[in-house]
Write a protein that binds this ligand. Structure first.
Ligand code: 5AD
Ligand code: SF4
Length: 459
């Protein structure tokens, strides 16, 4: 559940458990071990975790050997209280306990016990040998480059459940990415709560320098990163968009609110004007850059006038898409104690208004792309795909600006029978929808052999 860091951690967990004899099963009934990696960023996410755990009781009755483990941010926040509330749970492991997971699972396989491990540490645990978090057929992978956050935005639980900001050593990151490239991964997303402050605290290299190093890795063709804090968006990083040809033309730059009064109460440490200036610099260096953002509506004390400023900022920046959330109180964070809470119906109304505006902007951007040719990194067959009578298949991939593009093409390439997954294809855009584009392939990158000599992976 939750953010991309959890996706990365879940892949790591799966890779770590493999040598112990565990493999994935598609049915809950067959599982000997169920691990729930949780998120607590908003109230809804936490509720989702508990309601999932509530449904596992039936499985435990059928299989008394079943081990249920809860990891991630809810585990770190609720600690041993999870054991009291959820009798089905055998293991609670916090955000810094991942490296001890196998030990705990081994203990539970042999002893009838319950374990809570929520110890936090000052350093990042690096495995002796880098863990390959890719799966066969994957084209893109996440790599966490730092953990934790030092920003303490007044609404946010992350600094409490993920701890202080710690960056991984650049050499370890590069080693991991090279290994992924060797497993046919072509696109890397560098992950952290605040990636653009990477390395500063520990005096490692800067984030822009790290991107330059990834840019030099031969088999990687695309680089993305998330999430950036606007206050730490340096000129050096903005310039990297003009210098590193593999760096995708997209930045996720959460603004959270468009009113200076609200930004101050959120402790965001930038003003509306400073944000707009940085956006303008990005657009000057990289004119087609796609900008996306996170916005919270109904922060305590947000007036209608404040909210109108947020709508105005959305139009001024011209976001490509937005993640918008209704504010929710989180345990122990300052905003929970703020007065002037906005009512639920008012929050819903503001959210609706904001999403309607953004849908209009997104659709216009998509329509403007009709007639252009975009380079797509093909991720595989589209989920909705149905082969038509001419043995055409629907493929899916993304533009550098992170827009989903679907197109039709026979499953086998005429020359060598290799599928398209993992290849760069130039696609002429012919139709625009609100969440995706439809196009016609005009040029396909020739077959690429991996350094291991493998053929392309099957879709
Ligand atoms: N309420 C609503 N949204 C929140 N976010 C973080 N904390 C809260 C909260 N208490 C949102 C922010 C952040 C995103 C990951 O979740 O917009 O950028
Ligand atoms: Fe939370 Fe702010 Fe840190 Fe983002 S920068 S994780 S919103 S405290």
């Amino acid at each position: 559940m939750g953010c991309q860091m959890n996706v990365y951690d879940s892949y790591r967990i799966a890779a770590m458990l493999k040598p112990m004899g565990y493999s994935e099963t598609s049915s809950w009934e067959n599982a000997d071990l169920i691990i729930l990696n949780t998120c607590t960023i908003r109230q809804k996410a936490e509720q989702k975790a508990f309601s999932f755990l509530g449904r596992l009781g039936k499985l435990k009755k059928k299989n008394s050997n079943l081990i249920v483990a809860v990891g991630g941010c809810v585990a770190q926040q609720e600690k041993e209280q999870i054991l009291d509330r959820m009798p089905v749970v055998d293991l609670v492991f916090g955000t810094h306990a991942l490296s001890r997971l196998c030990e705990h699972v081994y203990h539970l396989e042999t002893c009838d016990d319950r374990i809570v491990d929520v110890t936090m540490s000052e350093s990042v645990h690096e495995p002796d040998i880098p863990v390959d978090v890719s799966k066969p057929g994957d084209v893109k992978a996440f790599v966490t480059i730092m953990q934790g956050c030092d920003n303490f935005c007044t609404y946010c639980v992350v600094p409490y459940v993920r701890g202080r900001e710690i960056s991984r050593q650049p050499d370890k990151i590069i080693e991991e990415i090279k290994m992924l490239a060797n497993s046919n991964i072509r696109e890397i997303t560098l992950l952290g709560q605040n990636v653009n402050s990477y390395g500063i605290k520990q005096k490692l290299c800067s984030f822009a320098e790290l991107i330059h190093r990834v840019n030099d890795i031969e088999d990687i063709v695309r680089i993305r990163f998330t999430t950036s804090h606007p206050k730490d968006l340096s000129d050096e990083l903005i310039d990297a968009f003009g210098q590193c040809h593999k760096l995708c033309h997209h930045i996720h730059l959460p603004v959270q609110a468009g009113s200076d009064r609200v930004l101050k109460r959120m402790n965001r440490k930038y003003s509306r004007d400073e944000y707009i200036r940085k956006v303008n610099r990005l657009k000057a260096v990289c004119p087609d850059i796609a900008i996306t953002s996170d916005i919270i509506v109904g922060f305590p004390g947000e007036t209608k006038q404040d909210f109108i400023q947020t709508l105005d900022l959305i139009e001024k920046v011209g976001y490509d898409s937005l993640y918008a959330f209704k504010y929710s109180d989180r345990p122990n964070v300052p905003a929970t104690r703020f007065s002037n809470k906005v009512s639920e119906p008012e929050k819903s109304e503001r959210l609706k208004q904001l999403l309607t505006l953004q849908e209009k902007l997104t659709l216009k951007k998509h329509k403007d792309m009709v007639g252009t040719t975009e380079q797509i990194l093909v991720e595989g067959l589209s989920k909705k795909q149905a082969s038509d009578s001419h043995k055409q298949y629907h493929w899916t991939g993304r533009t550098s600006t992170n827009k989903a593009v679907n197109f039709s093409f026979p499953i086998h390439h005429k020359d060598n029978g290799a599928p398209l997954t993992g290849r760069l294809v130039n696609v002429k855009i012919i139709k625009a929808f609100s969440h995706s584009l439809w196009g016609k392939p005009v040029d396909i990158e020739s077959e690429r052999m991996s350094s291991k000599g493998d053929n392309y992976h099957a879709a």
